[in-house]
Design a binder for this molecule. Sequence first.
Ligand SMILES: Nc1ncnc2c1ncn2[C@@H]1O[C@H](COP(=O)(O)OP(=O)(O)OP(=O)(O)O)[C@@H](O)[C@H]1O
Ligand SMILES: [Mg+2]
Length: 440
Amino acid sequence: MLTNPKNNDNHSFNIDRFYKKYLKGPKIFKMREALEPSYIPEELPHRDNEIKKIAGITACALEGDVPPSFLCYGMTGTGKTATIRYVSQKIAQHCEKNPPWWIYINCNIVSTPYRILAHIYNTIEGKEKIPPTGLPKDIIFKKLLGLLDIRIKNTVCFLVLDEIDILIKKREGNEILYDLTRLNENLDSCRACIIGISNKLRFMEYLDSRVTSGLSGQEPIVFHPYNANELADILIQRSRIAFNENVLDQGIIKLCAGLAAKEHGDARKALQLLRKAGELAERKQHKMISESDITKAQKDLEKDHIVEYMLSMPLQAQLTLTAIHLLMKYGKGHIITSGDIYETHSELAEKVPGIKRLTQRRISDYINELSLAGIITASTKSMGHYGRTKLVNFDIEKDLVERALSQIEKIRISGILNHKPIVLLTDKVKIKNSVFRKLI
Ligand SMILES: Nc1ncnc2c1ncn2[C@@H]1O[C@H](COP(=O)(O)OP(=O)(O)OP(=O)(O)O)[C@@H](O)[C@H]1O
Ligand SMILES: [Mg+2]
């Protein structure tokens, strides 16, 4: 049996005592899941206009007619996905016979034409009939047409393409969209309606004109960012479900809503903030969420956000960042120039299979991007006869960079965080990509 050693050392942590105290302690949450992104609330305050427009477009599906395809767009966290899911539930509640089908595709996850077709097919079948790779696309397309007519018969099938912009950026993405918007021309009994959702406001510019005509017969539904008062209403409604009574006072909700409103009126951020603050109060075994919990939660979320950003950068940008990190780590006090970063990046590129060395110019572009993202500061300095160089420093805490890079190292590029840049080795010199020992 596992035991917890009981010694008298004041510093040892007694897990049994901790859990007992936790169970007896104050309860902050009544239903924690209500703050999860996947939770669909029964009401969506301040989305009446959008719900009304979508209900108007889709109402004919109640009688088996096919609504026109349409697009929804607006900034992140403005309730686009939640509204579509909400409307889909309502339609199902009002359809006694033959409720429409809803197939939900997140193009960030299911991102290739093959996988989109396979996903639609497998969802209708209820099992994985189409393998993840291997069949020609036109064969799956034909199979899908047959399945839609046989299974869905004369009912409407809504195909929701969430984060559609990710698909549109690729040429093949425009092609699959074109095929999907023309599904009805090839179907006998079933009818499909495409709903595209995006938070990239300019994504229409990337749409192929053939696709635009299939998707934009209907005015797009635009989701405006929430203001602080609207966010407060959303938080009040959700906190009634998620928290026990007297855990939160109005001032805390207002503070939370105000902070999230500053960040483009994002309801997801506001809910995350409240949840994190609740967890902080719970960990401290407090009865109520305090202002300092919100401030601390805000700081923690900002850090998570930066780490997430670094994890999602392209590999070459991550290698450029790694080069800066190594120069900083091993060259205490060493002034980092763009030339050093270029050299170190080239050394790292040789260690990673399939990765090419970059030109000085590309490295300079990545330095600019990292600087724009607020991860580093880069100032240009004239070196007289030798031209200009960039001097680089970190703009965020070093341990955040280390946290992100060690995760990247684990997943993508192992063993590069111990590399010592050659420019820092006082006994070595690099001439035309070869390293020599210095003689003096
Ligand atoms: N009016 C609202 N009332 C209640 N909750 C809302 C409302 N709007 C958004 N939310 C909640 O905020 C979170 C984010 O909403 P949602 O996922 O719909 O945003 P989105 O517009 O799809 O964002 P993204 O573009 O990033 O995908 C969800 O948890 C959702 O339940
Ligand atoms: Mg969404």
